[in-house]
Design a protein around this ligand. Sequence first.
Ligand code: PLP
Length: 464
Amino acid sequence: MTDLKQDFSRIPSVNRLLENLQAAFPRIKTTYLKRFVLDLLDEVRSHPQRFALQNSTKPELENRLLELLTERVRQIEAGSLKKSINATGVVLHTGLGRAPIHPDVIEDLKQVSRYANLEIELESGRRGERTDHLAPLLRVLTGAEDGLAVNNNAAAVMLMLNSVAKRKEVIISRGEMIEIGGSFRLPEVMKASGCKLKEIGATNKTHLRDYEEAISEKTGAILICNPSNYHISGFTHKPELDELVELAHRHNLPLLYDLGSGALYDTLNGGEEGEPLVEEVVAAGVDLISFSGDKLLGGPQAGLIVGRKKWVQKCAKNHLLRTLRLDKFIIKLLQSTLKQYLFADPPIQKLAAIEALAASVDSLKERCEDFIARLPESLRKQCRIVETSGKVGSGAYPVLALKTRAIRIQPSKGSAAALAKRLRLYKTPVFTYVDNDCVHIDLRTVSREEETVLQAALTICLNE
Ligand SMILES: *Cc1c(COP(=O)(O)O)cnc(C)c1O
């Protein structure tokens, strides 16, 4: 105990640290700086070992704490959310913010930086709806009667369920009871939306008659969920979409479809493994369809709902919408993203995510060769081009192995994990993946403009 007391007596006073910190940051308010100091001193007292209290002299400790404080203020000044380079090849990487957005699409954002006619109809001067900015585009691009956008797809699913089937049963196949990334569990979302889950069938097989037998006067809707991050194969069965549409409508029930990715364009010419296109699902007669804005659509985080006017309007009139609504920036970004599908042919030039997904193996190989040729001689020897397969990410195309080429780096000193960490801590964080004690760089997700930064990062981190 006495030891600890002695150690604590070396801790500098709040005022002493504060004075020094003020000298370094004369423009920051004292009350704000004081909070940095108090937080740090709390930490020192609760974890004296971490600060090596025992074997430091008073001036040493004071210097160290002051350095730490300065670094913390600087870190906040720099901002913790940083431009990062995604060299993992996973195009829709949730940890890295999913779909990348083309600079020209971002440029459109600036138009609405001050004021915008978000909820005012220009013709009448009367109050309009913010979703009116998206509905016409969604109708044209999907063939649906109406459309709506909210914060994300999880919110869209909740809004659909709450709007059409509150306090009623919603029938869903056990094979589609999904969990995505731990944060979206269909049963939980259903509970939150005020619906009762009516599970039917078995994990691998659900028949049309299972749906039919589950329908009663308590039923509010039938829900189909795209098992977007897994794939059940082998001894399986589920009814055709047409059969479910027919069944639901025969019983006057809406058929809902949580599509997940929501592709408007067959980027990978998916074929067997392809994601259903929104347009096809609309054409099949599904009443309400929801999908994400930042997956295969290639836009910002959002949840889109399209379908029959009657049901979309039920969602639009739900008071919950007020808690899920989008701001002018996201609406503008969505509008600019959707416009690319209408006016660009093919719509990949200004949709960075789609362009990355569509990149051919030959073009990637060529980029790898160019990239390596521009590295300093000593580093070139540590690089090889290897054939690998990547993932689309975010649960899109779960079984598809994207053929790709990666640059494999076997560091001449230290482990691959250590190199990957140095790259992550570079001033522009670089994300790679480690396999077989080698760092891998997949240029599919790196823009041409980012290549120079990536080369600088490699040069510095490999020489450390
Ligand atoms: C991704 C996904 C969700 C969640 O979408 P967010 O936009 O991340 O909220 C829900 N359902 C399915 C089928 C998905 O693939």
